[in-house]
Ligand binder design. Structure first.
Ligand code: PLP
Length: 410
C-alpha cells in the first residue's frame, strides 16, 4: 500500500475528480468507500458505515467473503477467460446447479441484468416467430414503473418513460399495464402477445410485491394466449426474498427467468434460465456474449449459490427481514416519516408519508453522515437491500445509526 492509499491520508482523487473525468450520468456521494468487511465499509478517511445498500442488492455475502475470495484466487491462477469458442468447468458446474435448483433446463450466461433481459426479450420474439410464423405475434406486455435495464430494448420494456425520453426512435410493440391489476392486463393481452414480463417484486419502482393472485392470473392469461411469462429476478433472485428465486415463494412458475446482481456477489455475471423447448429458438449463432460464462465469474458465482441456497441462509433472510421491518416501522411512527414498510425478505422499502413525499434521498444523505448506507427506490421510498448474511449486531448498529439519521432531519 503506497502512502497516498493509506486510509487516513488525503488522496489526490476526490468527488470533484468525478465531475472532471466522468460522464455526468450519476451523482455519487461525496464519500469514497475504500474497503469492506462483512456488512461494514470504510471510506477514504477511515470512517465506517453499516452497509444496508449491498451495492444495490449485489453483495449478498457482504464484502471480503472468505469463500468467494478463495474461489477468486484459485480460479485466477488457473484461467480467467476463454470465450465461447470453448466451454469450461466452472460454467458447466454453475449451469448444472441452477438447473437443479429451479424449473429451468437450460442456461444462457451473460454479464449483467440488462443483458439477461435483452436475451430474454429477443428470445420471446424469436420463439413466437419460430412457433407461430406470420401471425404478428410479437407484442410484449410489461408493467408501469417496472425496471429491466438500460439497453434500448430493456428501457422500452421497462415502465418508466423518463428512461426512454430523448432516445427515440424506440423499439416498438411494447405496452404497459398497471401492476397488480388483473383487469388492466386482460385489456392488453391477446393472441398477438408473445410474452408478459414482470418483476416478482418491483424493485426500482418502489419495492412493490406482486399479489400472489395477480401472479397466478398473469400465468393463466399467458397460457390462454400462448404467451411466454418472463420473470425478471435480477433484483429478487439469489435468496433476496428468502427463497432462492422469488417465483418459488409466489407459487407461479415462469417460462424464462433472468438473474444477475447478487448472483456474482459483486463480480459481474448474469444469466437467463429457460426450458429445453424454448431454448431451441436460441440455436447456434442466434445470440451471444464474449464474456458470458467466463470461468472467473462462474467460479465465484458457484460459491455464492452454494452459500445462499441453504435452509439456514434462506430462513435467516426471513428472520432478519422481520427484525428490520419492525424497527423501521417503529422509527417511522416515532418521527412521523414513513406511512408503511413493505417488501419481501431483505428487499425492504420504507415508504415516505405525505409530509416526506419526494424526499427519500434526504434520509440517504443523512445516513451517510451518521455511518449507514441505504438506497432509494424512486423519489419517496427508502430502500434496504443488505447482505443476506448480515449479522444481528450489524443490523442493530446500522438501525441505531439510521434512527439518528432520521432524528437529525425529522
Ligand atoms: C438492476 C436491475 C436490472 C438491470 O441490471 P444491470 O446489471 O444494471 O444491467 C434489471 N432488472 C431489474 C429488476 C433490476 O433490479
Amino acid at each position: 500500500m503506497s502512502d497516498n492509499q493509506s486510509p487516513n491520508s488525503s488522496s489526490k482523487y476526490s468527488r470533484a475528480t468525478f465531475d472532471e473525468v466522468m460522464v455526468p450520468n450519476y451523482n455519487p456521494a461525496s464519500i469514497i468507500p475504500e474497503r469492506g468487511e462483512g456488512s461494514k465499509v470504510w471510506d477514504q478517511n477511515g470512517k465506517d458505515y453499516i452497509d444496508f445498500a449491498g451495492g444495490i442488492a449485489v453483495t449478498a455475502l457482504g464484502h471480503n467473503h472468505p469463500g468467494m475470495l478463495k474461489a477468486l484466487k484459485e480460479q485466477s491462477e488457473k484461467i480467467w477467460h476463454l470465450s465461447n469458442v470453448f466451454t469450461n468447468k466452472p460454467a458447466l458446474e454453475l449451469a448444472q446447479k441452477l438447473t437443479d435448483a429451479t424449473f429451468a433446463d437450460k442456461v444462457f450466461f451473460c454479464n449483467s441484468g440488462g443483458e439477461a433481459n435483452e436475451a430474454a426479450f429477443k428470445l420471446v420474439r424469436k420463439y413466437a416467430n419460430d412457433n407461430y410464423p406470420d401471425q404478428g405475434k410479437s407484442e410484449i406486455v410489461a408493467f408501469k414503473q417496472a425496471f429491466h435495464g438500460r439497453t434500448l430494448f430493456t428501457v422500452c420494456v421497462g415502465g418508466q418513460p423518463k428512461y426512454t425520453h430523448g432516445y427515440e426512435p424506440l423499439p416498438q410493440g411494447i405496452s404497459h399495464g398497471e401492476f397488480n391489476n388483473i383487469e388492466a392486463l386482460e385489456g392488453l393481452i391477446n393472441d398477438k402477445t408473445c410474452a408478459v414480463v414482470m418483476e416478482p417484486v418491483q424493485g426500482e419502482g418502489g419495492i412493490i410485491p406482486a399479489d400472489p393472485e395477480f401472479a397466478k392470473a398473469v400465468r393463466e392469461l399467458c397460457d390462454k394466449h400462448n404467451a411466454l411469462l418472463v420473470f425478471d429476478e435480477v433484483q429478487t433472485g439469489v435468496g433476496r426474498t428468502g427463497h432462492l428465486y422469488a417465483y418459488q415463494g409466489l407459487g407461479v412458475t415462469p417460462d424464462i427467468l433472468t438473474t444477475a446482481k447478487a448472483m456474482g456477489g459483486g463480480f459481474p455475471i448474469g444469466a437467463m434460465l429457460t426450458t429445453t423447448k424454448i431454448s431451441k429458438s436460441m440455436g447456434v449463432g442466434t445470440h451471444g456474449s464474449t464474456y458470458g460464462g467466463n470461468p472467473l465469474a462462474c467460479a465465484i458465482s458457484n460459491v455464492v449459490i452454494d452459500e445462499i441456497n441453504t435452509p439456514e441462509m434462506l430462513n435467516g433472510v426471513k428472520e432478519k427481514s422481520a427484525k428490520i421491518k419492525a424497527r423501521l416501522e417503529s422509527i417511522g411512527e416515532k418521527y412521523d416519516v414513513f406511512e408503511t414498510v413493505r417488501g419481501e425478505g431483505l428487499l425492504i422499502g420504507a415508504v415516505c408519508n405525505e409530509k416526506w413525499q419526494g424526499k427519500a434521498r434526504e434520509f440517504l444523505v443523512s445516513g451517510w453522515e451518521h455511518g449507514v448506507m441505504c438506497l432509494v427506490a424512486g423519489l419517496s421510498v427508502v430502500r434496504f437491500a443488505p447482505a443476506l448474511n448480515i449479522t444481528n449486531e450489524e443490523i442493530d448498529l446500522g438501525l441505531d445509526r439510521f434512527e439518528k439519521a432520521v432524528a437529525a432531519i425529522a
